[in-house]
Write a protein that binds this ligand. Structure first.
Ligand code: Z5A
Length: 210
């Protein structure tokens, strides 16, 4: 049997990491082997790219198209080295961010050409789409405040303007409105436990998990 690719998306601090962990524990309790991964940084090469992409370098800004190409390179390696082989081996993969992040951040956030983004997403994924994408919808201010409370300094993208983060959020809202079966909205403002319960229901319904 082939595996399943479940993607978690949303603005900074929306709770992806927390929910992926809870979802993995739940699936494993049902006897389903799970792999947790993320973009950028799901491979050894990707970890180098992640550091380049997220480290603060005020004096050496990354060109926006260069940034887009680096995310595409990270994805291409991730799909080839991690996603496709593990899906073929029947694993359930929980992935922190995938193609919708590029549409939301580079498309809506940076206002780069959407056709170029779709082409690069297609090249990088070789057409591999998720079986389920969950969008944790929190207010931008709530997400950033959660990150602030973590005590770890904000990274290069988190330091972007509030207007940038609002455009990203609008991107997710538009994606969910135009593809409601591909990207499922979950209210991320509730408690972790309530959100996990809702996600369990969605996974059961969409992926036939009993
Ligand atoms: N990016 C891009 O621009 N283009 C692309 O194509 C891709 C990515 C793939 C990667 O960040 C960056 O790359 C990202 C977009 C860009 N921008 N930034 N920065 P990331 O995904 O690794 O990091 P992040 O988006 O900032 O997420 P995060 O730090 O991993 O946060 P999270 O996973 O969404 O949330 P969390 O770690 O589960 O929770 C954050 C805090 O909130 C923590 O203290 C939790 O205990 C707390 N929390 C979580 N849920 C709740 C609830 N329900 N209530 C209260 N508190 C909560």
């Amino acid at each position: 049997m082939g595996g399943r690719l479940i993607v978690f998306e949303g603005v900074e601090g929306c709770g992806k990491t927390s929910q992926m962990q809870l979802c993995a524990e739940w699936l494993e309790s049902l006897g389903i082997p799970v792999i947790l991964t993320r973009e950028p940084g799901g491979t050894e090469l990707g970890l180098h790219l992640r550091r380049l992409l997220l480290e603060k370098a005020e004096d050496k800004p990354i060109d926006e198209v260069t940034e887009l190409l680096l995310y595409a390179a990270d994805r291409s390696q991730h799909v080839a080295q991690e996603l496709k082989p593990n899906l073929a081996a029947g694993k359930y993969i929980l992935c922190d961010r995938y193609i919708y992040s590029t549409i939301a951040y580079q498309g809506y956030g940076r206002c780069l050409d959407m056709n170029l983004i779709h082409q690069l997403n297609h090249i990088a994924t070789g057409g591999l789409t998720s079986d389920l994408t969950i969008w944790l919808d929190v207010d931008v201010e709530v997400g950033l405040a959660r990150k602030g409370k973590d005590g770890v300094g904000l990274d290069r993208i988190e330091q972007e303007t509030l207007a940038f983060h609002r455009r990203v959020q609008q991107g997710y809202a538009d994606l969910a409105a135009s593809s409601p079966t591909n990207i499922i909205r979950v209210d991320g403002n509730s408690s972790k436990e309530i959100i996990h319960h809702i996600i369990q229901g969605i996974v059961r319904e969409h992926l036939n998990v009993s």
